[in-house]
Design a protein around this ligand. Structure first.
Ligand code: GRF
Length: 215
């Protein structure tokens, strides 16, 4: 059985999508723990309701980021995870932490990276007038919202879209994308070479991209 640790700060809908895929598709894997950096994170309650173990490593309990990250790593390492999944974890992680989990630290970002790293991606996509927007699952690298791309989901930007409508369309695609990418990682099907990832032995219909035509 492969083990997953999920880190989150907020709502936890990606965590819930991964938990649902694990259950419904009977993955040979389990979520060992859902860890939040703040006790109020809605995702914690959601995880507990789903019967998952939870923990809080509160950022505000530590003066220095290094100390917070050391405590976080201790909590993670107790579970010996095969994948550490950032799912709306709103912290910039230091180089030592990223290095420790090299090749097993995954993140989802709500844009087609390298476009729109950082916050407010949907507003910026609308302002930028792009026709296609989406989400990216990547291995975490030294830079924020960067690192080898595992898979991307593209969605159209519709003329009538506001930020909320576009965010909802992207989020729905995230809920398909993250379980797909994580499963590949756990099954040992991803080859990481430098900045590039390849999927070994793609099955018919399998690709590192998803297209969600919302029309
Ligand atoms: C998602 O949009 C994800 O791409 C970003 O943070 C948001 C988390 O949402 N990193 P949720 O907590 O999974 O609902």
């Amino acid at each position: 059985m492969k083990k997953i640790v999920v880190l989150l700060s907020g709502r936890g809908s990606n965590m819930a999508a991964i938990a649902a895929a694990l259950r419904e598709e009977r993955w040979p894997a389990s979520i060992a723990c859902v860890i939040a950096d703040r006790p109020q994170a809605q995702g914690l309650a959601r995880a507990a309701q789903a019967g998952l173990a939870t923990a809080v490593v509160e950022r505000s309990a530590f003066a220095r980021r290094d100390d917070f990250e050391r405590a976080l790593a201790e909590t993670i390492d107790a579970h010996r995870p095969d994948a550490v999944v950032l799912a709306g974890f709103m912290r910039v992680l230091g180089a030592a932490f990223v290095e420790r989990y090299h090749g097993r630290l995954l993140n989802i970002h709500p844009s087609l990276l390298p476009a729109f790293p950082g916050l407010d991606t949907h507003r910026r996509a609308l302002q930028g007038g792009v026709a296609v927007h989406g989400a990216t699952v990547h291995y975490v690298g030294a830079e924020v919202d960067a690192g080898p791309i595992i898979a991307q989901a593209a969605v159209p930007v519709m003329p009538e879209d506001d930020e909320d409508a576009l965010a909802a369309r992207v989020l729905a695609s995230e809920h398909r994308l993250y379980p797909m990418a994580l499963r590949w990682h756990l099954d040992g099907r991803l080859r990481l070479q430098g900045t590039r990832v390849t999927l070994a032995d793609p099955r018919p219909g399998e690709a590192r991209w998803l297209w969600n035509d919302a029309r």
